[in-house]
Design a binder for this molecule. Structure first.
Ligand code: ADP
Length: 250
C-alpha cells in the first residue's frame, strides 16, 4: 500500500476475474508442509507457501531464559520471528526490528490461547520462526509452521492453529494475498483460527474496507484456514505414518 504512481500499479485482476498468478478470488497459493525437518530441535516444520519459505523450530518445555520471565503457575511461550536479510529482493536491515517484534508478539499470544501452559510451570516453550524467502503472508506461514512444530514437539494443545491473510484487491475480497496484491491492494487482513472452537486468535488489519466486506473477508479467511488445517494434519500424519481416522478427527 505504498505511495506509487498509477503507471507503476500492475493489473491485479483480469477482466475474467483472475489474479496475477491465475488464481481465482477464493484460491490459496500452493502449500507444502513438512513436519520434523530439523533433527536437533524438539519439534520442527518447514512450510513452502507460494513463494514463501519458512522454517520453525520448537524447544521445550525447558529452563526459562532470562530467568526473571519465569512464571510459577505456567510455562511462558517465547516466540522469535525473524526474516533473513536475503528473504526479500529489496534491501532489508538484518536483525530485530519493530515489525519482527510485533509479529513475534502476536504469534506468541495466538499460541497462549491453545497451549496447555499450566501443565509445565516454571518452564519456557521457545518457538523460533525464520523466514528464508518472503512474498507476503509470512506471519501466517510462520504461525502454520510453528503450530506444526509445536505438535511435532509433543506440546499439548487444544488444537492446531491454521492462519491465512485475506484482503481487498481491485475492489474484490481475495484469499491469500501475494506480494503485489499486498503492496497495491486496498486492505490486508491476516487471521488465525482455532478450528475446534471457531475462535480467531489472531486478527490484524491494514487498509480499509466496509463492514459488509469485513464480514465476507472473515468468512473467506475461515474457509481458507480450514483448508490449511487439513494440510497441517496431513503433514503430521505423514511424519508419524498415521492413516486418517474415519470421521476425520485425527
Ligand atoms: P506479512 O509477511 O505477514 O504479510 P507484512 O505485511 O509486514 O507481513 O509484509 C508483507 C511482505 O512485504 C513480506 O512478506 C515481505 O515480502 C515484504 N517485506 C516486509 N518487510 C520488508 C522489508 N523490510 N524489506 C523488504 N520487503 C519487506
Amino acid at each position: 500500500m505504498g505511495n506509487v504512481g498509477a503507471k507503476d500499479v500492475p493489473v491485479l485482476l483480469s477482466p475474467e476475474g483472475l489474479r496475477l498468478d491465475g488464481r481465482r478470488l477464493d484460491e490459496l497459493r500452493p502449500i507444502r508442509i513438512e513436519a520434523g525437518t530439523l533433527h536437533q530441535a524438539d519439534g520442527s516444520a518447514f512450510v513452502e507457501w507460494g513463494q514463501n519459505k519458512v522454517m520453525a523450530a520448537v524447544y521445550g518445555p525447558r529452563e526459562v531464559h532470562p530467568r526473571h520471565l519465569q512464571q510459577n503457575h505456567k510455562a511462558v511461550i517465547q516466540c522469535k520471528y525473524n526474516m533473513a536479510a536475503f528473504a526479500v529482493d529489496e534491501r532489508k536491515r538484518p536483525g530485530l526490528d519493530r515489525r519482527s517484534q510485533e509479529i513475534s508478539k502476536v504469534i506468541a499470544e495466538a499460541f497462549e490461547s491453545v497451549v496447555f501452559a499450566e501443565e509445565f510451570p516454571r518452564t519456557s516453550i521457545d518457538v523460533y520462526i525464520e523466514v528464508l524467502q518472503a512474498n507476503a503472508g509470512t506471519r501466517c506461514a510462520g504461525l502454520v509452521a510453528a503450530s506444526v512444530a509445536l505438535a511435532d514437539a509433543g506440546i499439548p494443545m487444544v488444537d492446531l492453529v491454521p492462519a491465512v491473510a485475506v484482503g481487498k484487491v481491485a475492489g474484490q475480497i481475495c484469499l491469500d494475498l501475494k506480494k503485489e496484491e499486498d503492496n497495491f491492494g486496498e486492505a490486508d487482513l491476516p487471521m488465525a483460527l482455532v478450528p475446534q472452537s471457531g475462535r480467531l486468535v489472531l486478527l490484524q488489519m491494514e487498509g480499509h474496507m466496509t463492514e459488509e466486506e469485513l464480514g465476507r473477508s472473515l468468512d473467506l479467511g475461515v474457509k481458507g484456514c480450514r483448508e490449511i488445517y487439513d494440510r497441517m494434519k496431513a503433514a503430521l500424519r505423514e511424519r508419524y505414518a498415521l492413516t486418517p481416522v474415519a470421521g476425520g478427527a485425527a
